[in-house]
Design a protein around this ligand. Structure first.
Ligand SMILES: [Zn+2]
Ligand SMILES: [Zn+2]
Length: 125
């Protein structure tokens, strides 16, 4: 068998997605499987899509309730700057306690997005 993209080159395997025979040069290993270049692009794009909303709403809520005074919820959601500010306010002034409560309400009512503006994911994890 010859490579589907290089008629003059011997194929070393086939793409697990489209089944085309591919040579070493065309083989793109992804997650332990071999894909042709076209399919690897597709699979990669799909993976990127799945990354949307990777932060769990439940985890954020639990962090907020139990560790919110340490700003762990803010750090978890990617708000590093705000997290540090919240932490400092809590330690130095005790004002963070109000913020702690506000964040719990924001997360509980699903009004808070992560730092990238993606909605929090509801589900098992
Ligand atoms: Zn393919
Ligand atoms: Zn090839």
């Amino acid at each position: 068998m010859k490579c589907a993209y290089h008629p003059e080159v011997d194929a070393v395997g086939s793409c697990v997605n489209c089944g085309k025979m591919i040579c070493t040069e065309c083989t793109v290993p992804l997650g332990g499987k071999s894909y042709c270049e076209a399919c690897a692009g597709e699979v990669f794009a799909k993976k990127q899509e799945e990354l949307v909303g990777t932060k769990s709403w439940l985890t954020a809520l639990l962090f907020s309730i139990f560790l919110g005074w340490l700003a762990v919820d803010r750090f978890y959601l990617g708000y590093v700057g705000l997290g540090i500010l919240k932490l400092l306010l809590t330690i130095l002034l005790g004002v963070g306690a109000i913020w702690w409560l506000i964040d719990i309400i924001l997360i509980a009512t699903d009004s808070l997005k992560d730092a990238k503006g993606q909605p929090l994911r509801h589900g098992a994890y």
